[in-house]
Design a protein around this ligand. Sequence first.
Ligand code: 4NP
Length: 158
Amino acid sequence: MDISSPTKVLFVCLGNICRSPMAEAVFTHMVNERQLADFFHIDSAGTAGYHVGNRPDSRSVATCKAHGVPVNHFARQVCPGDYEEFDFILCMDKSNLEDLMDMRPKGSKAVVSLFGAYDELKPNSIIEDPYYGGNKGFEVNFEQVTRCSEGLLKSLGF
Ligand code: 4NP
């Protein structure tokens, strides 16, 4: 693996305040704990712009905090340049995937896929939108993004 060209991973959901900042935080934490930070550039974004500039949802932050995972992000929307910059654009549900494929510039080489593709326990699982539900949804999301992060690292040879 070449430190001079880190693998660039963008996590995407709808609003970029619940699932994708959680995925960004969990993957970043795992990478830091394994002293792999030099090998990655990690960010998150939303397909929609409703929450641009906002901090992550307090329930997402509380769930991460309960597991000792720090969260540090301001919401932003996916832009065409992301398809140039990132090697992997990993999203949470099929609607995110459809939106990302619709926005994808011609000739983009970024791998665009469900993050759940890396879930070894439940292959191709959907990481459901927790926004209108209770805290349990955030805990389920946390377990999923943890498994998917493990799977992603493994698939990259770490
Ligand atoms: P996220 O969750 O896509 O995981 O950030 C949502 C956040 C906000 C809304 C929907 C989903 N919303 O409708 O405002």
